[in-house]
Write a protein that binds this ligand. Structure first.
Ligand code: CMC
Length: 392
């Protein structure tokens, strides 16, 4: 027995050592493998960043070609797995569909389940990176009752995902390079964020030496919650409600500050950032340019900017160091691109995948890793006798 430390919510507990992502929450700094997020967002792309996170270095030109090519060859889903989607109700949220299908990969690809075999780990990694966009697109197609499209391996990962999501088998898909560029950049911004709730989940599941597919499925479920990745959907729903109510942000902010049950300024606040989330700063800039280039004029962007302006000058938010986080403006961009609100968290999952994989691999490669098994502070009864049914 002995004394244990209590830290509910792991506010001040390091659960592992990691060399992947650095955050300084006070200064608003985020770096993947030492490289500032601002540079990666502007100069890199999602495939390259995935490689960087997973393998630790930027790829050379030939490494990048080989990696891209390998992912391209694994985009198809097993035909039987495609039928899996038929079993879900049409109005299902795409997140449980996504996590179920990812978990099912463990049943379809049994030759890549051993976490201790480097070749199998590499194969499951490539399979996941290649197949998640296909699964995500099919979850969407199922929800709108449209036919599934096979991947087209002449396209990039993001192009392929957009075509499988919005395209039709009967006609060519009109690719918009602005959307491709913006979505790729948003994936880069989401690609890792050290020991957040879903990544910690992936690590905890994986610490039992569970396979990669099933560990990632656990992470997708953790991501769905509104305090985590589900916040991007919750922000849009909040903005929509404010608009429906006549656009009065003061009334809404008063309800937030009075801590009415269930009323929070979604997309604000962060466990680690006590300064402007550097990802939010990039997304805010992008929101303006993307909406403008798509010719979308969305009142919700004005409402969001209004809320931010009020919050940044209000004591409640200032004293608690609450700033916009990555989820505050992303939904507006996704909506302008044509995604329904329910797909927003799926997009977060697509972006976060390489981070989850990198952490799972880092943990498995470390011989000092032990199974995750926290202790507790017991608050129940001391010993008491069993009472027979007629005496209760
Ligand atoms: N609106 C109003 N008040 C807030 C908010 C908010 N969004 N966030 C925190 N607070 C208050 C909170 O009530 C508490 O007040 P007090 O000290 O009077 O009790 C104080 O600020 C500290 O908050 P906390 O809940 O103790 O902080 P936490 O680190 O446990 O929670 C959080 C972090 C992100 C869950 C929280 O800020 C939150 O619920 N935000 C809204 C949901 C959201 O946007 N989540 C996305 C996070 S970023 C990326 C991602 O993971 O998706």
């Amino acid at each position: 027995t002995g004394l244990t430390t209590f830290d509910g919510g792991f506010v001040n507990t390091s659960a592992c050592k990691s060399a992947i992502t650095y955050i300084d929450g006070e200064a608003g700094i985020l770096r993947y493998r030492g490289i500032p997020i601002e540079q990666l967002a502007e100069r890199s792309n999602f495939i390259e960043v995935s490689y960087l996170l997973i393998y630790g270095e930027l790829p050379t030109a030939s490494e990048l070609d080989a990696f891209t090519d390998r992912i391209r060859r694994h985009t198809l889903l097993h035909e039987d797995l495609k039928r899996f989607f038929d079993g879900f109700p049409r109005n299902a949220h795409p997140m449980p569909v996504l996590s179920s299908a990812v978990n099912a990969l463990s049943a379809y690809y049994q030759d890549s389940l051993d976490p201790k075999d480097p070749e199998q780990v590499e194969l499951s990694t490539v399979r996941l990176l290649a197949k998640l966009p296909t699964i995500a697109a099919y979850a969407y197609k199922k929800s709108v009752g449209q036919p599934f499209l096979y991947p087209d391996n002449s396209l990039s990962l993001v192009e392929n995902f957009l075509r499988m999501t919005f395209g039709f088998p009967a006609e060519p898909y009109d690719m918009n390079p602005e959307i491709v560029k913006a979505l790729d950049m948003l994936f880069v911004l989401h690609a890792d964020h050290e020991q957040n709730c879903s990544t910690s989940t992936v690590r905890l599941v994986g610490s039992s030496q569970a396979n990669l597919f099933t560990s990632i499925s656990g992470g997708i479920n953790a991501l769905w919650g509104p305090l985590h990745g589900g916040a991007n959907q919750a922000v849009l729903e909040m903005l929509d409600k404010i608009k429906e109510g006549g656009g009065d942000t003061t009334d809404f902010m008063n309800r937030v500050k009075n801590k009415e049950p269930g009323v929070k300024l979604m997309g604000f606040g962060h466990r680690v950032y006590k300064n402007y989330d550097p990802r939010a700063a990039i997304v805010k800039k992008t929101a303006d340019t993307v909406l403008e280039s798509l010719g979308v004029n969305d009142d919700l962007l004005d409402i969001a900017k209004g809320l931010e302006e009020v919050a940044l000058n209000d004591d409640y938010f200032i004293s608690r160091k609450l700033y916009p986080n990555v989820d505050f403006y992303t939904g507006l961009i996704y909506r302008a691109m044509g995604f329904p609100t329910r797909m927003f968290t799926v997009l977060f999952a697509l972006g976060r995948l390489p981070g989850w994989i990198a952490h799972w691999q880092e943990m498995n490669a470390d011989p000092s890793t032990k199974i995750g098994r926290p202790r507790q502070v017991y608050t129940g009864y001391t010993e008491r006798d069993f009472a027979p049914l007629d005496q209760r």
